[in-house]
Design a protein around this ligand. Sequence first.
Ligand code: PLP
Length: 393
Amino acid sequence: MKKIYLDNAATTMIDKKVFSVMEPYLKEDFGNASSLHWFGEKGYEAINKARNQAADFLGCNILEVFFTGSATISDNLAILGVIRKALRQAQGKPHIITSAIEHPAVLETIKHLEKIGEIEATYLPVGKEGVVRAEDVEKNLKENTVLVSIMYANNEIGTVQPIAEIGRLLQTTNYKLKTKIYFHTDAVQAANYLDCNVDKLGVDLLTLSGHKIYGPKGIGVLYKRKGVEIEPIIFGGHQEKGIWPGTENTAGIVGVGEALKNVQRSTAYVQQVEKLRNKLLGGILNSITGTSLNGSRENRLPNNANISFSAVEGESILMALNEKGVAVSTGSACASGSLEPSYVLMALGAGIERAHSSIRFSLGKYNTEKEIDYVLKVLPEIIGRLRKISPLK
Ligand code: PLP
């Protein structure tokens, strides 16, 4: 059976080269990076190299790079860390600005803090294009705003947010009003395709994940600008300067470092991925009636096509494609299995039916034109068959 993987926003296949540099640290170079003997030294040096690779990718100092257990943890650390510090320093409740379409790692953390009464939060609308407006950030700033957290690119619809513009705006505000509003971005989905130089973006905190960039799972990166104060959220060790204590996942760290190094070298494939995505998108929109793209066409990652198919449930399309050997997803991987319509599509004003009838195709560097041709061949028949039996039609 054919196996075509179009779910790269959920996770990516590990690059063979990345795997081969990790392998020794799972085998003969297994030492604890904190041990003072030769075995430990090997691990320590490997982590140091990976920290340099991450710093090169981000355009920052190695002292500003922290390795964590996942991007979910990095997002939590950024938000909870800043808020805990602010709660100890400020009078009154700190205020956070975020968007309505953040990944749950950001959104649920902020909602939790709001629910337990520790913060005030503003969830910016994104309009039908799925894009946050920098003016809206400015309009919603308050005296007690301590953090703005806006994702670089959305995991469901791939829309790209004006991070550099928001970064400049906040820097000017901080300078003029002598405030200290920190800016965090979740760059997990953007890292393969967009410039993540932290100075160009004007961010204070930035999140990355290993497994979305052809690296291993269970490893995250948190960039924290020098001088930005966050409180740890777990305790019990000196590792990562106490911000993420616990014995280092040396192989994972080596893997994410190598993956980040490879991203910098692979700009040529961005055009290749975009060409295939455009072929898929154009093919579907032209050959199947009742189809529409969700989110902005222009401000979008080159690998994402999130399409609604009127009168058909997204889950039925997913299952039918799966039978033909094609892996896609509905909404975000974390939300799959849930019967709730995608909150991201609802925030775009899509309406329940459209939000239930969407499929996310997310391409990657291993996809080929033949695979796209195959999807374009089998999909019209699938949609036609499902529409015939659909109670929604
Ligand atoms: N942020 C975004 C935008 C994501 O797409 C994901 C993964 O789906 C995460 C955070 C969480 O990443 P991890 O699996 O490393 O916790």
